[in-house]
Design a protein around this ligand. Structure first.
Ligand code: MN3
Length: 203
């Protein structure tokens, strides 16, 4: 067992300001678990790859044997994306970014409100399943979106947070209203965690 499903860092019913308990339970306990299980199955005959971190596997995706590469993209990406997703939400989340991250957001996008607008635009521009991201690319903040479970790490970028816009992330409460879900997501965003990873990635 190379990779393990991380525990949720808070109770499943504690993000109700944005996401209901049942969605959290299914999303973490079934969807994320399936990515981990399928990643381990794909790597079952690859002991050397089992010792790498998920970030290493994704960064070096072109070196993964072709026969399992798409499985690692889908399930390794799914594992990395969801691990970041849980960590960048909090029952005590919301508010606005602070410190160096806030300064970088203001100098890159103008202000925090514009960042929120652009994240929503990226979320709505993504047709079908995927993610809307704030990433560091060559040391600069950038908003982007990816399809399926494609990780920005495969493009040499450092994801700071991503909003999961697969229907499994929001459909029970929001049905087809993806924009409402993305708007509510700001109520649980964990700026403390994101600011810390920004500081680390910049240094
Ligand atoms: Mn998901």
């Amino acid at each position: 067992m190379a990779f393990e499903l991380p525990s949720l860092p808070y109770p499943a019913d504690s993000l109700e300001k944005a996401i209901d308990k049942l969605t959290m339970e299914i999303h973490h306990g079934r969807h994320h678990k399936a990515y981990v299980d399928n990643l381990n199955a794909a790597l079952a005959d690859q002991p050397a790859l089992q010792t790498k971190t998920i970030e290493q596997l994704l960064r070096e995706i072109q070196t993964i044997p072709e026969a399992i590469r798409q499985k690692v993209i889908n399930n390794g990406g799914g594992h990395a994306n969801h691990t970041l997703f849980w960590a960048t939400m909090s029952p005590n989340g919301g508010g606005e970014p602070t410190g160096a991250l806030a300064e970088a957001i203001n100098s890159t996008f103008g202000d925090f409100a514009t960042l929120k607008t652009k994240i929503k635009e990226a979320a709505l521009a993504r047709f079908g399943s995927g993610w809307s991201w704030l990433v560091l690319s060559n040391g600069k903040l950038e908003i982007t979106h990816t399809g399926n479970q494609d990780s920005p790490i495969m493009q040499g970028k450092t994801p700071l947070f991503g909003v999961d816009v697969w229907e499994h992330a929001y459909y029970l409460r929001y049905q087809n209203k993806r924009a409402d879900y993305v708007e509510a997501w700001w109520n649980v965003v964990n700026w403390k965690e994101i600011g810390t990873s920004f500081d680390k990635a910049k240094n």
